[in-house]
Design a protein around this ligand. Structure first.
Ligand SMILES: NC(=O)c1ccc[n+]([C@@H]2O[C@H](COP(=O)([O-])OP(=O)(O)OC[C@H]3O[C@@H](n4cnc5c(N)ncnc54)[C@H](OP(=O)(O)O)[C@@H]3O)[C@@H](O)[C@H]2O)c1
Length: 250
């Protein structure tokens, strides 16, 4: 069966990837929705009116990762689309954050994304797509958002390298790099410190970011950058010295 696998499907952008995936990739016959919150996954499944199954998994838990591997082994699906949307961030100074919290960010944003991609790849063939949620925070180191920005630099670097490695196999990888997006992510991120006012000014609509990402994936683009401001930030990151960018970010 041709399927889409969407992590982070219980909330924010993940749930919109679930809702719009089939419009862009009509060959998809079933959608696998992954997240920890079973009730919210069920609500998304009911809302999208598509053939979907819910997989309440904590992707930072070894046993749950094994459960995903076992399910793949049992069902042997043909994964046409993998969306790695599960992720989290915490705003604040690194020294104010607990060690457990900073490790949580790396575990879900980097380790889980890498695990799910590796396991899924064995079930992907020609003309399939991987969409990885990076962030515009990947472009520049961010004082006050250091671990998150570094974790998203990992996602961007990994995705771009993978895009080259898998080109011959015709598996296309797109790293999505939005600025601030209006989702529950912000509330979680404000555990230590509130988001800076200027970031709210650049806030994007979640549906638009997702539609742009699906469109860019369909066009086999390795990067999806939503909005003029984030495109300008990317340009600045390429042209200006890091020292200057850090002064600006601060
Ligand atoms: N919103 C923004 O400003 C923004 C900007 C740039 C990039 N991004 C990135 O975009 C992606 C989606 O974010 P969003 O804005 O849609 O955030 P969100 O609404 O908070 O959604 C995050 C999703 O990740 C899942 N998740 C978190 N930890 C998990 C774990 N251990 N195991 C399984 N699932 C887990 C959550 O599901 P459960 O709670 O059910 O587990 C939820 O579905 C993230 O990677 C984020 O870093 C967000």
């Amino acid at each position: 069966m041709k399927i889409a696998v969407i992590t982070g499907a219980s909330s924010g952008m993940g749930k919109w990837f679930a809702a719009y995936a089939k419009a862009f990739f009509p060959e998809i016959e079933q959608i696998w929705l992954i997240g920890r919150n079973q009730k919210r996954l069920q609500r998304v499944s009911d809302h999208i009116h598509l053939n979907s199954i819910i997989l309440p998994l904590d992707l930072t838990d070894e046993e749950d990762i094994q459960a995903y591997a076992d399910l793949l082994e049992k069902e042997k699906p043909d994964i046409k689309l993998l969306v790695n949307s599960a992720g989290m961030g915490l705003i604040g100074h690194f020294e104010d954050m607990s060690s457990i919290d900073s490790r949580k960010i790396i575990k879900i944003n980097c380790e889980a994304l890498t695990n799910i991609t590796r396991l899924s790849l064995d079930y992907m063939h020609e003309n399939s797509n991987i969409i990885n949620l990076a962030s515009s925070a990947a472009f520049v180191p961010q004082p006050g958002f250091a671990v998150y920005a570094a974790s998203k630099s990992y996602v961007l670097s990994f995705s771009q390298a993978l895009s080259k490695e898998l080109k011959k196999a015709k598996i296309y990888v797109t790293a999505v790099c939005p600025g601030t997006v209006d989702t529950p992510f912000i509330k979680t991120a404000e555990k230590y410190q509130n988001i800076k006012g200027y970031k709210k000014f650049f806030m994007s609509d979640e549906k638009r970011v997702v539609i742009t990402a699906l469109w860019d994936a369909k066009k086999h683009r390795s990067k999806s950058v939503y909005g003029i401001w984030m495109k300008l930030l990317l340009l600045a990151a390429k042209l200006l010295p890091v020292r200057l960018l850090l002064m600006f970010m601060k």
